[in-house]
Design a protein around this ligand. Structure first.
Ligand SMILES: Cc1cc2nc3c(=O)[nH]c(=O)nc-3n(C[C@H](O)[C@H](O)[C@H](O)COP(=O)(O)O)c2cc1C
Length: 185
């Protein structure tokens, strides 16, 4: 797929099934991710791969986080939470590693990792791999962050769910961009 076609037409896909991306495809996606613009070349990213039974462990972690906040959560709600990571065969957790830097504030490092995540989902789309970028309260929850091995200077930018689309990609909405452009003089 042409780069411009992928950029203009990328859509998410929530209905994902096996197989997840192969090792070779994951390498392609990560190589696209790490070409994001990166002030001072800090490489402020890392990626966790969660597949197979590790998704069940992640479900337990999500449930533990909810129980820590709401100890009286009912069993049905917890069951639903435990199943969330099973929505795709593969999850990539995109993490920003934020450092003190004299010229690159934290916001720029987070933007860089957001751009990396965007490169990743757009590259996935161009290869026909379904992707869905999620955060939700779990991304900002300390039980989840610690359980996944993050240190306090790190942030979760996204849980990128990846897999084989169960349905055709929906058409991207066509946006009239002319009115977004204002001339300043
Ligand atoms: C940082 C970030 C976090 C997101 N978190 C969620 C989320 O938790 N749940 C969700 O349904 N969509 C989330 N989205 C939005 C979806 O990934 C998706 O972009 C949106 O549903 C629009 O669909 P489209 O990508 O097909 O245009 C998030 C997007 C971004 C950039």
């Amino acid at each position: 797929m042409e780069v411009i076609t992928a950029l203009q037409n990328r859509v998410s896909c929530a209905l994902l099934t096996e197989p997840g991306p192969s090792a070779e495809q994951l390498e392609i996606l990560l190589k696209a991710a790490v070409r994001a613009p990166d002030h001072a070349m800090l490489k402020p990213w890392r990626f966790l791969l969660i597949e197979g039974a590790a998704r069940e462990k992640m479900g337990e972690l999500l449930a533990k986080a909810v129980l820590a906040d709401k100890p009286d959560s009912d069993a049905a709600a917890l069951k639903k939470i435990r199943r969330k990571p099973l929505r795709a065969p593969t999850i990539l957790v995109v993490i920003a590693k934020i450092k003190e830097h004299p010229k690159v504030p934290a916001i720029e490092q987070i933007i860089t990792v957001g751009a990396a995540a965007n490169n990743l989902v757009t590259a996935a789309f161009s290869l026909g791999i379904g992707a869905y970028w999620r955060t939700g309260s779990a991304a900002y929850n300390n039980v989840v962050k610690t359980g996944l091995g993050l240190v306090p200077s790190e942030e979760i930018i996204g849980f990128i769910y990846l897999g084989t689309p169960q349905v055709k990609f929906k058409p991207a909405p066509q946006v009239e961009v002319g009115e977004l452009l204002e001339r300043w003089s």
